[in-house]
Design a protein around this ligand. Sequence first.
Ligand code: SAM
Ligand code: SF4
Ligand code: SF4
Length: 387
Amino acid sequence: MTERSVPRTIAILDQRPVGLALPQSVFQPNAQVKPTGLLVDARGRPLRDLRISVTDRCNFRCSYCMPKETFGKDYPYLPHTSLLTFEEITRLAQQFVRHGVQKIRLTGGEPLLRKNIEVLVAQLAALRTPDAKPLDLTLTTNGALLARKAPALKSAGLQRVTVSLDGLDDAVFRRMNDVDFPVADVLAGLHAARAAGLGPIKVNMVVKRGINDHEILPMARYFKGSGMVLRFIEYMDVGATNGWRMDEVLPSREVVQLIHSQLPLVPLDPAVPGETAERWGYAGSNGQYDPAAGEIGVISSVTQAFCGDCNRARLSTEGQLYLCLFASQGYDLKALLRSSASEADLSAALAHLWSARSDRYSELRGTLAPDQNASAQRRVEMSYIGG
Ligand code: SAM
Ligand code: SF4
Ligand code: SF4
């Protein structure tokens, strides 16, 4: 074979971590734990919030999440048989709820790409907490398919949506999503979601210094008084492919100062304990919070760690349980589901894993030596476990 006839293939590394086998202690007879809804981890943090990634695919290529260089057309996405089925997701979710989860967020990848997602929404909407309350059921989306799907999602029982939007300027937005998707279509999705009653709507803007920070004020002006809550998220070092650099992070403190200089703000109390966003309300002419003008939120995942209150578990697309967004491995719940595990076995596994949890990556971020941080090379991608 001549050199010219050698097929040129580009090796695509499958960067997904192999799931951790569940510790043997999970299977001991005394491992059976009666769910009380009051489960806490090794740092006393309750289990309240479950994020479920329903697909690892996306129709956008945001550079901070799924950069084109890695997530090209040859990227080995999960085959359908590797994904948890809706029945498997619901079965697990039910056990999470029995242990204290009150809020479920569907995410991805882009969750609206998962076929018949509204069927899963209906199954999850039927779950009840131990005190017979419905869940706070929500979904995070890039909004591209929202105009089409909003009514069906609402009828299936979805309560609200969070829409990601990184700018209003069409050229900036097309660059950020890197698939030339027009901003007008996301705005149409937002308005369709509102018309369908999927509110209160939150809008998430990831801010990258020098890339879209000039969109902060236009975004604040657009959403002020709209009834939608705009939240600014610090660009995070999640995953291993986005080439994160600290100098591209715009600290939330600067976002608040910038907005306050033009649209005066007053601090607001957290709405619920463990809330990730710090709330700021627009002040009226009397200098007090004006509810009609609304509020913004800032999520300072990098500059102000909130691990102390972190009550979130994440279920990956293929059924691995991640106890922290920055974990490099998850626990293989799919294997348990596809064995002959009973509901009590599933419940015991969750209780064991959560009780042993002591993760607090964001608190330690600044203190880790480069060699301690070697696991960053293997850190799981956000599109795989969801934001
Ligand atoms: N595709 C959906 C979307 O974009 O809303 C849901 C999945 S996406 C992974 C969930 C959230 O994570 C989005 O709001 C996105 O902006 C945020 N996100 C992704 N990568 C991030 C990063 N490196 N830093 C901060 N936020 C990020
Ligand atoms: Fe897709 Fe959401 Fe990631 Fe953007 S942030 S690439 S829309 S999964
Ligand atoms: Fe929670 Fe981990 Fe984020 Fe800390 S770093 S807030 S423990 S997900």
